[in-house]
Design a protein around this ligand. Structure first.
Ligand SMILES: Nc1ncnc2c1ncn2[C@@H]1O[C@H](COP(=O)(O)OP(=O)(O)O)[C@@H](O)[C@H]1O
Ligand SMILES: O=P(O)(O)OC[C@H](O)CO
Length: 498
């Protein structure tokens, strides 16, 4: 690879599309970003305009490359919001409907019907997931049922469907490649993560023809070639992973027991369980962590819907802070022995509760409760929820004969908050490590492309690049942490709907 060769990393997230240019040692050279429209047609529905996502993606790629001095590109890495599904016409490449976003709850009824039919055990056994509208399968069934003529046209092979990575690759290659990677496939509810193939039984429930779905590749592979008209030269697409798995790779969690947690809007924690499928007994998800050289490495995942979003709520709705960063100062000023607990179940609770009907609450207030105490409770709620996940993961790991994580690698916007990270390490009783490079998602996609391009020889090369910015050790006595956590469990018990 020539000295001026770079990796172009596309990070297509829930609220913005970004492109980052990385040099050959993984250094960030340029970035460009566009926020895009969130479409809420009905209560609980969330859609994106897939055509807008594609247009923005091309623009940010061109802008980032220009900022980097228009270098030649060795390859493209793609990482994306997961589960969000697009249905398009093969002939024209036009979407038949807005993309249905992972947060969309419109298929809750269908999930409940399938659960009543006893199908959740099959879903768990084959896909590692649960019957929740979060995943793509029921959303795709909704599109086929509600877009006029879609079922007939799908049966005739006129349509294509895929997650956002698949949609971007189709467009980058001018419709030549209809592909995805194993991590994205593992979030669809349609992919058997044991056999690494679309599952005919589950496809049958939804009457989804196999031909509608993309070919599934390793995370490092030849996904296709972006046409000259897109970036001015033909560029191979060499690495793909869903955003949480890309962060897992960016954090170099390549050994069983290694764990990362990304604190953005929500929080997604993944722990490496090696090449064995570990079925969760504690309502966590089993998912593909990464697939390299045909070998699948599994992870247990816990998904929390409200992490940084709780801080946004304190800022925008409660007006208790002016900026997210203010939460650090206020939390430090709060009464350290305060009993206020905030349960941010604004859209229900995710793992391990999976209660879409639970709603938020603030408990334990007294006449001398201050704004700072409520802010602290908001920040602390993210630590409590992480402990919920750690306890579930610890139990699942023990059940599988694996050791518990001995450190938690963190990233995402909220990982900038030092008070939060100290509170987190105190609550989970395990060291917390923040890396020097916080852009772990885009970096992970760049690493995947770099591996395929031959820039890095193996995951060990990537592990060697990981650098700790700050290490946090528990300073609170375990009994005190347990007492606080007990109050959280009690508060959650009060707001669960069942
Ligand atoms: N210093 C801080 N303390 C607490 N939360 C923060 C801080 N800085 C940013 N955040 C939160 O982090 C989130 C943004 O992180 P980011 O990783 O960009 O999220 P996403 O990729 O989901 O948009 C916001 O919800 C914001 O409230
Ligand atoms: O785009 P993000 O960072 O909000 O991540 C979304 C997740 O991939 C949803 O599973």
């Amino acid at each position: 690879m020539a000295a001026d060769h770079v990796i172009l990393s596309i990070d297509q997230g829930t609220t913005s599309s970004r492109a980052l240019v990385f040099g050959k040692t993984g250094e960030q050279l340029a970035v460009a970003q566009r926020e895009f429209r969130q479409i809420y047609p009905e209560d609980g529905w969330v859609e994106h305009d897939a055509a807008e996502i594609w247009r923005d993606t091309v623009e940010v790629c061109r802008e980032a490359l220009k900022k980097a001095g228009s270098p030649s590109i060795a390859g493209i890495g793609i990482t994306n919001q997961r589960e969000t599904i697009v249905l398009w016409e093969r002939a024209s490449g036009k979407p038949l409907h807005h993309a249905i976003v992972w947060q969309d709850r419109r298929t809750a009824g269908l999930c409940e019907t399938l659960r009543a039919e006893g199908k959740e055990a099959v879903v768990q056994e084959k896909t590692g997931l649960l019957l929740d509208p979060y995943f793509s399968g029921t959303k795709l069934a909704w599109l086929l049922d509600n877009v006029e003529g879609a079922r007939e046209r799908a049966a005739k092979g006129e349509l294509a469907a895929g997650t956002i990575d698949s949609w971007l690759i189709w467009n980058l290659t001018g419709g030549k490649a209809h592909v995805t990677d194993a991590t994205n496939a593992s979030r669809t509810l349609l992919f058997n993560i044991r056999t690494q193939d679309w599952d005919d039984e589950i496809l049958g429930w939804f009457d989804i023809p196999r031909a509608l779905l993309p070919e599934v590749k390793d995370c490092c592979a030849r996904f296709g070639v972006a046409g000259k008209e897109v970036l001015g030269a033909e560029v191979p697409i060499l690495g793909v992973a869903g955003d949480q798995q890309a962060a897992f790779i960016g954090q170099a969690c390549f050994e069983p027991g290694m764990m990362k947690s990304t604190y953005g809007t929500g929080c997604f924690a993944l722990v490496n369980t090696g090449t064995e499928f570990v079925a969760s007994q504690n309502r966590l998800l089993t998912t593909v962590g990464y697939r390299l050289g045909g070998e699948t490495h599994y992870a247990l995942e816990g998904s929390i819907f409200m992490a940084g979003a709780t801080i946004q709520w304190l800022r925008d709705e409660m007006k208790l802070i002016k900026s997210a960063a203010d939460s650090e100062k206020l939390a430090a000023e709060a009464d350290p022995d305060g009993h206020v607990i905030l349960v941010p179940a604004f859209t229900g609770l995710g793992a391990p509760y999976w209660d879409p009907h639970a709603r938020g609450a603030i408990l334990g207030m007294t006449r001398d409760t201050h704004a700072a105490d409520i802010v602290r409770a908001g920040v602390e709620s993210v630590s409590f929820q992480t402990r919920d996940l750690m306890e579930a993961m610890g139990a699942d790991m023990k059940g599988a004969g694996l050791s518990r994580p001995n450190a938690l690698r963190v990233d995402g916007g909220m990982a900038a908050n030092n008070w939060f990270l100290q509170n987190l390490t105190d609550m989970i009783g395990c060291p917390v490590e923040r890396p020097e490079v916080i852009e772990t998602t885009a970096l992970g996609a760049a690493y995947l492309a770099g591996l395929e391009a031959g820039l890095f020889q193996s995951p060990a090369d990537i592990s060697a690049k990981w650098r700790c910015d700050r290490h946090f050790d528990p300073a609170l006595a375990g009994a005190d942490a347990d007492r606080r956590y007990g109050r959280w469990k009690e508060a959650v018990g009060r707001i669960l709907s069942r």
